[in-house]
Ligand binder design. Sequence first.
Ligand code: GDP
Length: 369
Amino acid sequence: MSLIQRLISNLGTEENYALIQKIHGHFYYAKKINLINQAIETDIEAEKLMMLTLPTRLKKEGYECFIGDLIQVNPQNQTITEIIPRLSLMPRPKVANIDQALIIISVCEPAPEPEYLDRLLTHASLTLPDKPIICLTKVDLQKPAPEFINLYKSLGYKIIELSYLQPESLEELKTYLFNKVSVLAGQSGVGKSSLLTNLFPERAFKVGDVSKKSQKGTHTTRHTEMFEGRSGKNIFYILDTPGFSRLDAQVNLTEINSAKAFPEIAQSQEKCYFEDCKHLEENGCKINFSESRKASYQKLAQESIERESEQLESRKVKDAEDSTKKSSSVNINIPKLKSSDRSISRKKQKQSFNLNTEDSLNETENSEE
Ligand code: GDP
């Protein structure tokens, strides 16, 4: 069940729910949505998106809306009346309620980069509820390497071979998209815009060339938008966002060292010799990584170890600075001497001389004796 379905199934029979698909300035564009027999249905009559605003009262209370948010709407004044608590939120740019990632790689032009693919897979597996799907594009140009396909299939990933010359290759992909919100991820030039063009033929997506020199695409997605597709009665949503491919989410070692991120960890028959094996260079490590996956695992693990130790170091420096600041501003309570034991300042001496001239004179006289 997708996150949106889960949200809707808890809402009862109330109407006027909508899904935000686009945001421009202060305007939110959303489509009315119903849930019928566990399938998401949008209002077929309403071809256009509703243009809505978020009332100042809600903004003042700290409410924010993002693409992917399920909202309740007042159709009379075209305002958002409620934001249904989201089940997930992807940062930079913020997008809510995503179910799965479609990781797009091409068999050639550009050739797959296993480390980049493994990073995307790890990132998607750790942040989204459904297992990512690998889409292998440009299969008309070159046959995919069987070792590559077998490796990722053996780890439980779905691999779908696509070619924009064979639109029927999309049908298999669509069956995994229905009722879900999927985010596209992959480096430029691999065929994301071409895939969107095939999925949404009524819309014009900018397809770029692949540079001969860098083997990268020349067009990059700059803004985020959710596209709604249909196949018969079935609906699916695709998000095109630059955020997911940027991979700036920082995953820690415990997350990386998990079967969710690296299914090999669960598949190994024997347990490692050490309880807390990090699967780096330990003797007795039993994880059966392929060479390329081991390299990716080690790179990710090493990065997170370095990042964690940098963070620890900078926290230590900050704590030390804070405690120096505190100690310099502390009032040290020095006990006062009895007034008889205190040395008398010159000013006081003078004053006492002026005031008690006679006593002082006497004292002086006595001392001279
Ligand atoms: P994006 O940067 O990931 O959006 O990639 P594009 O969709 O812009 O495609 C980059 C280049 O690859 C363009 O020249 C496309 O025509 C080409 N391309 C995309 N998909 C396929 C495919 O399935 N087969 C072939 N032969 N070329 C493709």
